[in-house]
Design a protein around this ligand. Sequence first.
Ligand code: UP5
Ligand code: MG
Length: 223
Amino acid sequence: MSSIKDNPALQAPKREKPLFAPGVADGQAIVIFVLGGPGAGKGTQCANLVRDYGFRHLSAGDLLREEQDRPGSEFGDMIKTYIKEGQIVPMEVTIQLLENAMKDTIDTKGVRKFLIDGFPRKMDQALAFEEKVVPSKFTLFFDCPEETMRERLLNRGKTSGRADDNEESIKKRFRTFVDTSMPVVDMFEKEGRCVKVDARKGPEEVYEQVRSGFESKGVMPEK
Ligand code: UP5
Ligand code: MG
């Protein structure tokens, strides 16, 4: 892991305060974290929120998979191994990818509202991101039993081509979620910064709960 920490491209910049303040003016950004177990429906519901609320959706997993496949990436092999094993890629890589994608969206589209999906899934990531990039507005959490998630993932695995949609990887992803990611959700919940949704129902019913959760936090649709 020292090769990552020593990599100059990934040296955490020394910042007295976060890169952005919360808001939509210059120098500001709004971030809502979207968490939930593997297959809980994070990506599915983010698509609804992009359509109706004007957010930009940044999936940490998608960004890592893109980096993995980018010709010449020095992190490709490492990312591949972590994803297959259901482990969390060292946060320096993921935070840099997220920060780059946020800056790029602001520069090219002028959009400053972000759903950050599948991140932070480890305590160090949560603390570092809020300290260095921007404090989140709240976390949207999809609560779903493992059996339901397992069925959804195996079903998706028939066509997804994802290297981690198989029985063995799914088991490892569940373990990592319980051991490593749930403490992050619990922390946000204790701080009163979590909107929890029952993700067992169909996509439309889940989205209804998402909308009312957003309303409870004062976030309204654009249409
Ligand atoms: N589906 C969705 N909602 C449904 C519903 N309500 N009823 C019935 N079916 C529903 O949905 C999964 C499937 O279920 C789809 O077929 C969908 O149609 C159906 P989806 O919306 O894709 O679920 P999602 O929660 O997004 O599942 P995903 O598999 O993407 O979650 P993961 O958290 O496992 O994956 P992610 O891409 O975020 O991470 C992958 C790996 O990257 C991690 O395991 C880790 O190794 C690595 N990673 C890091 O190292 N660091 C990070 O910060 C992030 C990721
Ligand atoms: Mg996803």
